[in-house]
Design a protein. Sequence first.
Length: 298
Amino acid sequence: MTLPHLELTDGFTVSRLTPASGGQNNWVFFGRSPDSEAVVAKVEGAAGGLCAEYHALAWAVRHTAAVPHVYRWGEVRSGEYEGARCLVLERVRGHRPVTPFDWRRMGTCLAGLTRLPVGGSGIRLLDADDTVSNHERATAVLVAQLPGAQAAAVKRAAAAATGPSLSRPVFTHGDPGPGNFMVSDDGPDHLIDWETAQATPLGLDPARAAVLALLSPDPADRGLAERRAAAVWHGYAGDTGWQPDAETTRWWLTVACVQFLAGRWRRRGDARVRPWQDAVTVLDGLERIVGALDECEG
Protein backbone atom coordinates (compact mmCIF):
# COMPACT_ATOMS: atom_id res chain seq x y z
CA MET A 1 0.00 0.00 0.00
CA THR A 2 1.37 3.42 -1.00
CA LEU A 3 0.44 6.42 1.13
CA PRO A 4 0.45 10.15 0.32
CA HIS A 5 3.67 12.05 0.81
CA LEU A 6 4.76 13.43 4.19
CA GLU A 7 5.76 17.10 4.29
CA LEU A 8 7.55 18.78 7.20
CA THR A 9 7.10 22.42 8.17
CA ASP A 10 10.45 23.35 6.60
CA GLY A 11 9.28 22.00 3.23
CA PHE A 12 11.27 18.75 3.30
CA THR A 13 9.05 16.09 1.71
CA VAL A 14 9.19 12.31 1.90
CA SER A 15 7.42 10.71 -1.04
CA ARG A 16 6.45 7.17 -2.09
CA LEU A 17 5.66 6.24 1.50
CA THR A 18 5.03 2.61 2.42
CA PRO A 19 4.40 1.33 5.97
CA ALA A 20 7.33 -0.37 7.67
CA SER A 21 7.53 -2.40 10.83
CA GLY A 22 8.63 -0.29 13.78
CA GLY A 23 8.44 0.24 17.48
CA GLN A 24 5.32 0.17 19.62
CA ASN A 25 5.07 3.93 20.04
CA ASN A 26 5.57 5.43 16.58
CA TRP A 27 4.45 5.14 12.95
CA VAL A 28 7.29 4.14 10.65
CA PHE A 29 7.46 4.45 6.85
CA PHE A 30 9.95 3.79 4.07
CA GLY A 31 10.12 6.49 1.43
CA ARG A 32 12.22 8.74 -0.79
CA SER A 33 13.82 12.09 -0.01
CA PRO A 34 13.55 15.05 -2.45
CA ASP A 35 16.82 13.75 -3.95
CA SER A 36 15.34 10.25 -4.36
CA GLU A 37 17.48 8.76 -1.57
CA ALA A 38 16.01 5.85 0.41
CA VAL A 39 14.90 7.10 3.84
CA VAL A 40 12.94 6.03 6.91
CA ALA A 41 10.36 8.48 8.27
CA LYS A 42 9.35 7.97 11.90
CA VAL A 43 6.31 9.87 13.15
CA GLU A 44 6.01 10.19 16.91
CA GLY A 45 3.03 8.48 18.47
CA ALA A 46 4.09 8.68 22.13
CA ALA A 47 5.65 11.84 23.47
CA GLY A 48 9.39 11.81 24.02
CA GLY A 49 10.56 8.67 22.25
CA LEU A 50 11.71 10.25 19.02
CA CYS A 51 13.32 13.18 20.82
CA ALA A 52 15.53 10.72 22.72
CA GLU A 53 16.42 8.97 19.46
CA TYR A 54 17.27 12.24 17.72
CA HIS A 55 19.59 13.38 20.52
CA ALA A 56 21.31 9.99 20.64
CA LEU A 57 21.87 9.86 16.88
CA ALA A 58 23.05 13.46 16.65
CA TRP A 59 25.55 12.83 19.45
CA ALA A 60 26.76 9.55 17.97
CA VAL A 61 27.29 11.12 14.54
CA ARG A 62 29.16 14.01 16.12
CA HIS A 63 31.55 11.46 17.61
CA THR A 64 31.88 9.46 14.36
CA ALA A 65 29.89 6.38 15.38
CA ALA A 66 28.37 4.32 12.54
CA VAL A 67 24.69 5.22 12.86
CA PRO A 68 22.01 6.21 10.32
CA HIS A 69 22.32 9.76 8.98
CA VAL A 70 19.64 12.19 10.18
CA TYR A 71 18.06 14.07 7.26
CA ARG A 72 15.46 16.03 9.17
CA TRP A 73 13.98 16.50 12.63
CA GLY A 74 10.81 18.58 12.67
CA GLU A 75 7.03 18.59 12.60
CA VAL A 76 4.56 17.37 10.00
CA ARG A 77 2.91 20.28 8.18
CA SER A 78 -0.53 18.84 7.47
CA GLY A 79 -2.63 15.74 6.97
CA GLU A 80 -3.29 12.84 9.30
CA TYR A 81 -0.14 13.46 11.35
CA GLU A 82 -0.26 17.26 11.40
CA GLY A 83 1.80 18.72 14.24
CA ALA A 84 3.44 15.41 15.14
CA ARG A 85 7.20 15.27 15.42
CA CYS A 86 8.95 13.45 12.61
CA LEU A 87 12.46 12.05 12.30
CA VAL A 88 13.74 11.30 8.78
CA LEU A 89 16.73 8.96 8.65
CA GLU A 90 18.94 7.24 6.14
CA ARG A 91 17.62 3.79 5.27
CA VAL A 92 20.51 1.52 6.19
CA ARG A 93 21.12 -1.49 3.97
CA GLY A 94 22.31 -4.88 5.16
CA HIS A 95 20.96 -8.06 6.70
CA ARG A 96 20.01 -9.13 10.18
CA PRO A 97 22.57 -11.14 12.16
CA VAL A 98 22.25 -14.88 11.63
CA THR A 99 25.49 -16.65 12.43
CA PRO A 100 27.37 -16.44 15.73
CA PHE A 101 30.00 -14.43 13.83
CA ASP A 102 27.31 -11.85 12.95
CA TRP A 103 26.26 -11.72 16.59
CA ARG A 104 29.85 -11.20 17.68
CA ARG A 105 29.99 -8.24 15.30
CA MET A 106 26.94 -6.86 17.07
CA GLY A 107 28.75 -7.19 20.41
CA THR A 108 31.75 -5.33 19.01
CA CYS A 109 29.51 -2.60 17.61
CA LEU A 110 27.80 -2.19 20.98
CA ALA A 111 31.18 -2.04 22.68
CA GLY A 112 32.16 0.87 20.45
CA LEU A 113 29.37 2.95 21.97
CA THR A 114 31.04 2.82 25.38
CA ARG A 115 33.80 5.06 24.01
CA LEU A 116 31.35 7.89 23.32
CA PRO A 117 31.26 10.59 25.99
CA VAL A 118 28.07 10.70 28.04
CA GLY A 119 28.16 14.27 29.36
CA GLY A 120 26.32 16.64 27.04
CA SER A 121 24.65 13.86 25.03
CA GLY A 122 21.15 14.56 26.31
CA ILE A 123 20.39 10.87 26.83
CA ARG A 124 18.81 9.50 29.99
CA LEU A 125 21.36 8.82 32.73
CA LEU A 126 21.01 5.81 35.05
CA ASP A 127 23.80 5.29 37.55
CA ALA A 128 24.48 2.11 39.54
CA ASP A 129 21.91 2.92 42.24
CA ASP A 130 19.22 3.71 39.65
CA THR A 131 19.95 0.49 37.78
CA VAL A 132 19.70 -1.67 40.89
CA SER A 133 16.57 0.02 42.23
CA ASN A 134 14.80 -0.21 38.85
CA HIS A 135 15.58 -3.93 38.71
CA GLU A 136 14.36 -4.50 42.26
CA ARG A 137 11.09 -2.66 41.58
CA ALA A 138 10.44 -4.60 38.37
CA THR A 139 11.16 -7.88 40.15
CA ALA A 140 8.81 -7.02 43.02
CA VAL A 141 5.99 -6.17 40.59
CA LEU A 142 6.40 -9.48 38.76
CA VAL A 143 6.50 -11.50 41.99
CA ALA A 144 3.27 -9.79 43.05
CA GLN A 145 1.45 -10.19 39.72
CA LEU A 146 2.56 -13.42 38.05
CA PRO A 147 0.87 -16.78 38.70
CA GLY A 148 2.33 -18.71 41.62
CA ALA A 149 4.87 -21.00 39.91
CA GLN A 150 6.21 -18.26 37.64
CA ALA A 151 6.35 -15.74 40.48
CA ALA A 152 8.35 -18.28 42.50
CA ALA A 153 10.78 -18.70 39.59
CA VAL A 154 11.36 -14.95 39.43
CA LYS A 155 11.86 -14.79 43.18
CA ARG A 156 14.42 -17.65 43.06
CA ALA A 157 16.34 -16.03 40.22
CA ALA A 158 16.45 -12.67 41.98
CA ALA A 159 17.70 -14.28 45.20
CA ALA A 160 20.46 -16.14 43.31
CA ALA A 161 21.68 -13.03 41.48
CA THR A 162 23.38 -10.78 44.00
CA GLY A 163 24.15 -7.26 42.88
CA PRO A 164 27.75 -6.83 41.66
CA SER A 165 29.92 -3.74 41.74
CA LEU A 166 28.79 -1.70 38.72
CA SER A 167 30.79 0.62 36.50
CA ARG A 168 30.15 4.26 35.80
CA PRO A 169 27.40 4.86 33.20
CA VAL A 170 28.43 4.40 29.57
CA PHE A 171 26.62 5.17 26.33
CA THR A 172 24.12 2.35 25.77
CA HIS A 173 21.77 1.52 22.87
CA GLY A 174 19.20 0.01 25.23
CA ASP A 175 17.42 -2.33 22.81
CA PRO A 176 19.97 -4.31 20.78
CA GLY A 177 18.98 -7.46 18.97
CA PRO A 178 18.61 -8.94 15.50
CA GLY A 179 15.87 -6.48 14.58
CA ASN A 180 17.99 -3.46 15.44
CA PHE A 181 21.35 -4.45 13.99
CA MET A 182 22.22 -4.45 10.30
CA VAL A 183 25.23 -6.46 9.11
CA SER A 184 26.86 -4.93 6.05
CA ASP A 185 28.93 -6.81 3.48
CA ASP A 186 30.49 -3.68 1.98
CA GLY A 187 30.65 -1.08 4.76
CA PRO A 188 30.23 -0.52 8.48
CA ASP A 189 27.61 -2.39 10.45
CA HIS A 190 24.84 -0.22 11.89
CA LEU A 191 22.69 -0.17 15.00
CA ILE A 192 19.22 1.25 14.30
CA ASP A 193 16.18 2.30 16.38
CA TRP A 194 17.65 4.42 19.16
CA GLU A 195 14.48 5.33 21.05
CA THR A 196 15.74 3.68 24.25
CA ALA A 197 19.29 5.06 24.18
CA GLN A 198 20.57 5.77 27.69
CA ALA A 199 23.67 5.82 29.84
CA THR A 200 23.90 2.79 32.13
CA PRO A 201 26.71 0.76 33.74
CA LEU A 202 28.56 -1.74 31.53
CA GLY A 203 26.47 -4.84 30.91
CA LEU A 204 22.95 -3.91 29.84
CA ASP A 205 23.46 -4.00 26.07
CA PRO A 206 25.19 -7.39 25.82
CA ALA A 207 22.81 -8.89 28.40
CA ARG A 208 19.70 -7.80 26.51
CA ALA A 209 21.12 -9.04 23.22
CA ALA A 210 22.17 -12.37 24.75
CA VAL A 211 18.78 -12.93 26.37
CA LEU A 212 17.03 -12.05 23.12
CA ALA A 213 19.14 -14.73 21.40
CA LEU A 214 18.05 -17.23 24.05
CA LEU A 215 14.40 -16.23 23.59
CA SER A 216 14.62 -17.04 19.87
CA PRO A 217 15.82 -20.66 19.60
CA ASP A 218 16.16 -22.40 16.23
CA PRO A 219 14.21 -25.69 16.27
CA ALA A 220 16.68 -27.12 13.75
CA ASP A 221 19.73 -26.27 15.85
CA ARG A 222 19.06 -26.24 19.58
CA GLY A 223 22.54 -25.00 20.44
CA LEU A 224 22.53 -22.05 18.05
CA ALA A 225 20.77 -19.71 20.48
CA GLU A 226 23.44 -20.22 23.13
CA ARG A 227 26.24 -19.77 20.59
CA ARG A 228 24.71 -16.49 19.47
CA ALA A 229 24.32 -15.36 23.08
CA ALA A 230 27.94 -16.25 23.82
CA ALA A 231 29.13 -14.52 20.66
CA VAL A 232 27.49 -11.15 21.39
CA TRP A 233 28.53 -11.34 25.06
CA HIS A 234 32.17 -12.08 24.31
CA GLY A 235 32.29 -9.65 21.39
CA TYR A 236 31.27 -6.87 23.77
CA ALA A 237 33.53 -7.98 26.62
CA GLY A 238 36.53 -8.49 24.34
CA ASP A 239 36.31 -5.06 22.74
CA THR A 240 35.70 -3.16 25.98
CA GLY A 241 38.20 -5.12 28.06
CA TRP A 242 35.38 -5.84 30.51
CA GLN A 243 35.94 -9.09 32.41
CA PRO A 244 32.74 -9.92 34.30
CA ASP A 245 32.87 -12.82 36.72
CA ALA A 246 30.09 -15.43 36.86
CA GLU A 247 28.21 -13.46 39.53
CA THR A 248 28.20 -10.30 37.41
CA THR A 249 27.20 -12.24 34.29
CA ARG A 250 24.29 -13.85 36.11
CA TRP A 251 23.09 -10.56 37.57
CA TRP A 252 23.02 -8.79 34.22
CA LEU A 253 21.29 -11.70 32.48
CA THR A 254 18.71 -11.69 35.28
CA VAL A 255 18.16 -7.96 34.81
CA ALA A 256 17.61 -8.43 31.08
CA CYS A 257 15.28 -11.41 31.59
CA VAL A 258 13.19 -9.45 34.07
CA GLN A 259 12.94 -6.55 31.62
CA PHE A 260 11.73 -8.78 28.78
CA LEU A 261 9.37 -10.64 31.09
CA ALA A 262 7.89 -7.41 32.45
CA GLY A 263 7.37 -6.03 28.94
CA ARG A 264 5.71 -9.19 27.66
CA TRP A 265 3.56 -9.52 30.76
CA ARG A 266 2.27 -5.95 30.36
CA ARG A 267 1.37 -6.60 26.71
CA ARG A 268 0.23 -10.21 27.10
CA GLY A 269 -3.10 -9.53 25.39
CA ASP A 270 -1.40 -8.33 22.20
CA ALA A 271 -1.26 -11.07 19.54
CA ARG A 272 2.07 -9.67 18.26
CA VAL A 273 3.82 -10.27 21.58
CA ARG A 274 5.58 -13.57 22.13
CA PRO A 275 4.66 -15.67 25.17
CA TRP A 276 5.86 -14.19 28.44
CA GLN A 277 6.40 -17.71 29.78
CA ASP A 278 9.45 -18.07 27.50
CA ALA A 279 11.27 -15.43 29.54
CA VAL A 280 10.52 -17.36 32.73
CA THR A 281 12.03 -20.49 31.14
CA VAL A 282 15.24 -18.62 30.31
CA LEU A 283 15.31 -17.09 33.78
CA ASP A 284 14.94 -20.52 35.37
CA GLY A 285 17.88 -21.89 33.36
CA LEU A 286 20.39 -19.11 33.96
CA GLU A 287 22.75 -21.17 36.11
CA ARG A 288 23.47 -23.50 33.20
CA ILE A 289 23.52 -20.63 30.69
CA VAL A 290 26.10 -18.66 32.70
CA GLY A 291 28.31 -21.73 32.65
CA ALA A 292 27.83 -22.09 28.90
CA LEU A 293 28.82 -18.46 28.31
CA ASP A 294 31.99 -18.97 30.34
CA GLU A 295 32.92 -22.04 28.31
CA CYS A 296 32.08 -20.75 24.85
CA GLU A 297 33.34 -17.57 23.17
CA GLY A 298 31.06 -17.77 20.16
